[in-house]
Structures are given as structure tokens and as C-alpha cells.
Design a protein around this ligand. Structure first.
Ligand code: BGC
Length: 767
């Protein structure tokens, strides 16, 4: 080790010497410091490992859910008593769902002060879109295409969570998904690999910051490795059967991007992939992640996913499941209780190599050292910081900003929006319009019910108009994220009359319809993508008496809203926007914020089109060859096209694209530069996401009809023109073949530039 250190110092010296620029010098020093710290950590881990018994090492690989009232009396029997006893023996490496300084301190104290070696716990929690003060659901944030804002949002979430004693989040979820039936699309970045990879990086960097050891940064977790978003028929936990090309080109890249951004943990997934449960999949965890990608953090199982290998029909019993999981590279057992029960025997029987235990424990301890937990196990546990940070104005301001950036304007006929600020009678209709819990969305365990700003409250801050509210129909009476018995969607139409009367007297009707926050998320798959319950009937009933309707959608997934698209003049996609939801929506409706969001997922015309996505393959029969021909790739009853394509979103202004230029210098500096002039042709300031799509016309593996390969978010004043330059390099122009080799092939390429995935300003180049 000393020898290693010496070499590192010499290299560091040389690096510093060779850097003439000050900036370069600083960077070299930083790199050298980082490798020095890494090597110090390795030494410390080795020293600690040398003192640990087999059981203590296995203990590091054991994660328990929070149990008993940790600050109350000690549990005396049952599972809780066993967990407590394990904690005291040093057989627990991590806990999840223990939160708040008081509670975390109680368990950390046992680990640090009562166990033989005093190894601190790493405390995990699902900080998915905030801790107590919530930002928009991740799918909504992704609609901003604003990587800085998304990074900031993760940073703010980390700040609040860390103040509550959390030092590890089970986020970001980087599963690409093309199936809106799957409830967990709300938790990801949508359907696209390129956008998803950029967002994965932003989120990882936001959570972890540049320095994991600060008290406000927390370890991130790229999940769920792999193919969880490809569950058959969008049914959660279902089988995934995915070919090599999709796996390498669509599913893996956001994980790889997260790894390259330094994510410290991965979570495997509940699903089986091509016949092998991901938790027991050596190819995924050892061959790809740890060997090929050289990931040196640790892999946590998903909740009970080691035990679930029995139900999958892959493990014969719990002991066998533990053997399969550890051999496959799952380092930490979340709530299966199997590592702590079975691993020592498996090692003693020669079924598990002790080196694998050392490796897993080393990975976990490495991250604990990086977090600085050994220097100060109580660094996240400061009561005064907890009080000061959680729910602070700065955090509310940040989540409001993110919420506004996440809204997508889907339709705005006759400039119905923005609303006039004076003298208008507004009818506000819909259960969701007054709901203060639903906007929190799924994954909001630490947030209190009824803490979101409702649309009603948001609109009432504008006092120039009168707002009359009528519910119309219940959407839900859900209370608790885990109260599965909650009734969602009633068939009761008794509130229609009052809503109709209110609408009749109004100048404008704002209807807030869609899904309750508990209707998407884990275990919340749907077969129908329309407006749940009697909301469609309510919409049509109101339309009969007043056509001046602004439909505000609340939802955690793309919806199929054909009728609304055809008939309703203005539609605003407002997802579940978190704590500041109502304020963000009101500011957009009144034009104090000009919406600039773009859809991160295709909206279908009909659920039968799902999976529907913009980067599909052409097939051999892509277009209608002649009138009345049946034999081409289509549906008889619905068009192939989506209702709203990926990347789509309007603004209160308009943008013009011109002067597309492609300079192909690929032979020389391996770059293709694309430039385009974008002009704001309307009369208000606005932001536009300039999108670049590429088509490789002919390749040794068929390529999609187009793929997003670059984008830039820019703001333009009225009449202002900016030239945007986007660059394509090897990273954007190649693909993985079926052996997992990355290839950049010569040939003809087309580019498309514009404001959505139907961009039609086009040019060509050759490689
Ligand atoms: C989910 C994970 C989550 C874990 C812990 C599981 O059910 O699939 O994404 O991190 O629970 O809450």
C-alpha cells in the first residue's frame, strides 16, 4: 500500500509539473488529492476488514427497515426483537425508513457505541422528489429538459433529507420505459435514453455534490438494474424479455451514465430478465456492472427481492436464494433477512467464496468512509440544522421554481391562455382543484398530507377575478400512500349539477382533472389511460354549457385524452407538481411564467398503441403503399401517430427555425457540427428546447427512424434570434451491436432540428 501511495504521489507531482495553466494545475491537484483520499480509504477499509469476523462482514451486507419506536422501549420478542439484537451485535450495516434526527440518532448510537467495532450505519430513504418539501414527480421534472434545474432539485432534496439524518437516497430511478400503463413511469425520466442519461447525471451530481463527505450531500442509487421499465404489458414486477440490442442501446446507457457520473450505489430489480431474476443475475451485476464498467460502489437488492427469487422459481429456498444473490453480485440484502441468516453457513459449506463477502463488505465500507461517517457518525444529526433547513423558505422557493419549469402547454387555441387578470368570473371545477394531498404524488413518505398548495389556493392569490369552485365529482378519497384499501374513483355524479351551474355563469372554466397522486407509482399499473372515474363525463357535461375551458391535467403518466384534444381549447399538463403545485399552476395560467416544458414521454391516442415511442424502428412496411391496401404496419382503427409526440410542448410565444447548417469534419476532428437559427416570433419572452434528432439510414443493426442526440434550452426575447450549435461525436453517432461492441459505421445520416420529435427542418451528412 505504501508503494501505491508513493506511485500516486509521484504521478501527482508529474501532473502538477506538466500543467502550465493555473486552472490545469488546480485540477491536477484536485485529482491527486482525490486519488490520495481514495487510497487512504482503501487502506482504512483493509485495516477494518482485517479486524472483522465473518459475521460482522455479513452484518454490513444486511439492511433492515426501520422498526419499533426507536426512541421507546426495547422490543422484547418477535422480528423486532431479533432486529434489535442484530443491531447491537453489529449485524446490521444499514437501515432504511428511519428518519428524523432523533430516531436516526437512536439507531446510529447503538451501532456506534454498543457494537464491538462501532461501525456506523448508512441510512437509506426514498428521496425520490424531495423529502418533506416536495418538488414535482421525476417524470414532470424531466419535462423541463433543464439539466441545471434538475440538478438543483436533487441538491435541494439532499439538503433537506440530510438534515433529517438521511445519508443515502434510493434515487435516481433511471429505468427507461415506453409503457404508460406502468405506474412507475412517474418516477423516471421518460422514454428516451439520451435525455434519460443526461438527467441521470444531473440527479446523481445533485444528490452527491462534488464532495460526498459534506453533511449536505447524500449517496445516490441508480435503480433498478435492469429492465424493470420493460415489464410485460406495463404490469409492475412483471417479466421482462428483452433482446440484446434494446438492452445495450436503450436500457443500459442511463445506468452507465450514472456510473460515470460517480453514483455510489446501484439497486437491482424485482423483475426477471430473459429468464433470470435480476437479483440473481451474474451477467448484469458482475460481468457488466462490476467488471466491464468497473463500478466500485455497492449493489443493494430491491425490497425482499432475494426471497422473491423463490416465487420466481429460480431458487429452491431461502438459503439457495442467498447463495444465488451473493454469487451474482448483490452486495446488500434489503429486508429479505437471508444474508444474515444464511451466508455464514454458505461460506462454511464452501458454497460461497469468502472473498465475495470481503468484496461486498469492502464496497459498503468504502462508501461509508467516503460519506465521512467514520470521522463523524453523527454529522447528519444536528437538531438545530434539522429545524432550520426542513421546510425552509429557500427550499419552498426552489421547488416552486422547478414546478413552473415542469409544466407543459399542450394546446392553446385562440390564445385562451394566459388568463386575463381582471374582471373575469372563473369557474374552477374538479376534485383535484382543491386537493392538497394529491399534488404530492407518489413517493412522499416524509411529507405530511394536505401540505400542497392547491390550484384553488393558487388562483385565489390573484384577486382581480372571482373564482367559484365546484367539485363536480370525486376523484378519490385516498389518504395514505400505503393504505391500499383507499377507494379511488367513485361513480357518483350528484355533484355535476352544481358544477354545471357554476360553469354557466363563468367567463372561463378551469377544470383540474386527471389521476390522483396515488394512482401512479409502484404497484399502480393501469389498463385504461383515459381520465379515471366519471371525469370524462363531467368534462363533456361542462363543455355543453361553456366551451371556454382550460383543462389542467394532473397525472403521473401519459394519458390518452383524444376527446379533450379535439374539443377543449386549452390544455395544460401539470403532472403532480409537489408542495408548491397550486402556485406554479396559477402563475402559468396567468402568464406570470411562460411555460416551456416538453413531453419526456409520448402521449398515445389510445392505450392499444402502447408501447408507443418516437424512436421506433421502421419495419419493412412502414407506410401505406397504395390506397385500400391492408398489408402494412398499422392499426385498422387508430392512426399510428401519437396524440402528442415526445419532445412536444407549446409556449405563449412562437419560435421559428431557419438556416440549418451541417459542417462535417468527422474525418478530421471526429465532429459533426450542426447550427440553426432560432427566432422568437411572438410578443413575449420565452424559452425553447431546441432538439436535434439523428437518423442513421443504413447500418449493420437496424436503427430507429430518428433518435434524440442533442438539445439546448434557450431563452429569447420577442424578435430575438440566437444561433444554436450542437455537436455530434462518436458518442452520439454509434450504437452497440448484439455482442455489446460499440460501433460507429460509415454511411449516410440525416439530421432533424426543431421543437419536438416531429422536427422537420432537415439536412444530411456522410461519415
Ligand atoms: C422499490 C424501490 C425502493 C424500495 C425501498 C421497493 O419496493 O422498488 O424502488 O427503493 O422499495 O423503499
Amino acid at each position: 500500500m505504501k508503494f501505491n501511495k508513493y506511485i500516486i504521489l509521484v504521478i501527482a507531482g508529474l501532473l502538477i509539473f506538466s500543467c502550465k495553466e493555473n486552472n490545469g494545475k488546480d485540477l491536477a491537484i484536485k485529482d491527486a488529492n482525490t486519488s490520495q483520499q481514495a487510497s487512504d480509504i482503501e487502506d482504512k477499509v483493509s485495516e477494518l476488514l482485517s479486524k472483522m469476523t465473518l459475521e460482522e462482514k455479513i452484518g454490513q451486507m444486511n439492511q433492515y427497515n426501520g422498526f419499533w419506536d426507536v426512541t421507546g422501549p426495547v422490543p422484547e420478542n418477535g422480528d423486532q426483537a431479533k432486529k434489535y439484537e442484530h443491531l447491537r451485535k453489529g449485524y446490521v450495516g444499514s437501515m432504511l425508513n428511519v428518519r428524523g434526527v432523533k430516531d436516526v440518532k437512536a439507531v446510529q448510537k447503538i451501532a456506534v457505541e454498543e457494537t464491538r467495532l462501532g461501525i456506523p450505519l448508512i441510512i437509506g430513504f426514498d428521496v425520490i422528489h424531495g423529502y418533506e418539501t416536495l418538488s414535482p414527480i421525476p417524470l414532470a421534472e424531466s419535462a423541463s429538459w433543464d439539466l441545471e434545474a434538475i440538478k438543483k432539485s436533487a441538491e435541494v432534496a439532499a439538503k433537506e433529507a440530510s438534515a433529517a439524518g438521511i445519508n443515502w437516497t434510493f434515487a435516481p430511478m433511471v429505468d427507461v420505459s415506453r409503457d404508460a400503463r406502468w405506474g412507475r413511469v412517474m418516477e423516471g425520466a421518460g422514454e428516451d435514453t439520451y435525455l434519460g442519461s443526461k438527467i441521470a447525471v444531473a440527479r446523481v451530481k445533485g444528490f452527491q455534490s462534488d464532495d460526498l463527505s459534506t453533511h449536505y450531500s447524500i449517496a445516490a442509487c441508480a435503480k433498478h438494474f435492469a429492465a424493470y421499465g420493460f415489464a410485460e404489458a406495463g404490469r409492475d414486477y412483471n417479466t421482462a424479455d428483452v433482446g440484446t440490442s434494446t438492452l445495450n442501446n436503450i436500457i443500459f446507457p442511463p445506468f452507465k451514465a450514472a456510473k460515470d457520473a460517480g453514483v455510489r450505489t446501484f439497486m437491482n430489480s424485482f423483475n426477471e430478465l430473459n429468464g433470470i431474476p435480476a437479483t440473481g443475475d451474474k451477467y448484469l451485476q458482475r460481468d457488466i456492472l462490476k467488471k466491464q464498467w468497473e463500478f466500485d460502489g455497492f449493489v443493494v437488492s430491491d425490497w425482499g427481492s432475494i426471497t422473491e427469487m423463490i416465487a420466481h422459481g429460480y431458487a429452491k429456498d431461502g438459503k439457495h436464494a442467498a447463495e444465488l444473490a451473493v454469487n451474482a453480485g448483490s452486495d446488500m440484502d434489503m429486508e429479505s433477512y437471508l444474508y444474515v441468516e444464511e451466508l455464514a453457513n454458505l461460506v462454511n459449506e464452501g458454497k460461497v467464496d469468502p472473498k465475495l463477502i470481503d468484496d461486498a463488505a469492502r464496497r459498503i465500507l468504502r462508501v461509508k468512509f467516503e460519506l465521512g461517517l467514520f470521522e463523524d457518525p453523527y454529522k447528519y444529526l444536528d437538531e438545530s440544522r434539522e429545524k432550520e433547513v426542513i421546510g425552509s423558505q429557500t427550499i419552498h422557493d426552489a421547488v416552486l421554481d422547478m414546478a413552473k419549469k415542469s409544466i407543459v402547454l399542450l394546446k392553446n387555441e385562440n390564445k385562451l391562455l394566459p388568463l386575463k387578470k381582471e374582471g373575469q368570473k372563473i369557474a374552477l371545477i374538479g376534485d383535484l382543484a382543491a386537493d392538497k394531498t394529491s399534488p404530492l404524488g407518489s413517493w412522499r413518505i416524509a411529507a405530511k398530507d394536505e401540505t400542497a398548495v392547491s390550484v384553488l389556493e393558487g388562483l385565489n392569490k390573484y384577486t382581480g377575478n372571482t373564482v367559484s369552485y365546484a367539485k363536480g365529482a370525486d376523484v378519490s378519497i385516498g389518504k395514505n400512500e400505503f393504505a391500499f384499501e383507499v377507494k379511488i374513483n367513485t361513480t357518483d355524479t350528484s355533484g355535476f349539477d352544481k358544477a354545471i351551474q357554476t360553469a354557466k355563469q363563468a367567463d372561463v372554466v378551469v377544470m383540474v382533472l386527471g389521476e390522483h397522486g396515488f394512482q401512479s407509482g409502484e404497484g399502480r399499473s393501469r389498463t385504461d389511460l383515459g381520465l379515471p372515474g366519471v371525469q370524462q363525463e363531467l368534462l363533456e357535461a361542462i363543455y355543453k354549457v361553456n366551451k371556454n375551458i382550460v383543462l389542467v391535467l394532473n397525472n403521473g403518466r401519459p394519458l390518452a385524452i383524444n376527446w379533450a384534444d379535439k374539443n377543449i381549447p386549452a390544455i395544460v399538463e401539470a403532472w403532480q407538481l409537489g408542495t408548491q403545485s397550486g402556485n406554479a399552476i396559477a402563475q402559468v395560467l396567468y402568464g406570470d411564467y411562460n411555460p416551456s416544458g416538453k413531453l419526456p414521454m409520448t402521449f398515445p391516442r389510445h392505450v392499444g398503441q402502447v408501447p408507443i415511442y418516437y424512436n421506433y424502428k421502421n419495419t419493412g412496411r412502414p407506410t401505406l403503399p397504395a390506397k385500400d391496401i391492408v398489408f402494412w404496419s398499422h392499426y385498422q382503427d387508430v392512426a399510428n401517430t401519437p396524440l402528442y409526440p415526445f419532445g412536444y410542448g407549446l409556449s405563449y410565444t412562437t419560435f421559428d427555425y431557419a438556416n440549418l447548417k451541417v459542417s462535417n469534419t468527422y474525418g478530421k476532428d471526429k465532429k459533426v457540427t450542426i447550427s440553426v437559427d432560432v427566432t422568437n416570433t411572438g410578443d413575449v419572452k420565452g424559452k425553447e428546447v431546441v432538439q436535434l434528432y439523428v437518423k442513421d439510414n443504413f447500418a449493420s443493426i437496424t436503427r430507429p427512424v430518428r433518435e434524440l442526440k442533442g438539445f439546448e434550452l434557450l431563452e429569447l426575447k420577442p424578435n430575438e434570434t440566437k444561433t444554436v450549435q450542437l455537436t455530434l461525436t462518436e458518442a452520439e453517432l454509434g450504437f452497440f451491436d448484439n455482442q455489446g461492441q460499440y460501433l460507429v459505421e460509415e454511411g449516410d445520416f440525416e439530421v432533424f432540428v426543431g421543437g419536438d420529435s416531429y422536427a422537420d427542418l432537415t439536412s444530411k451528412f456522410k461519415l
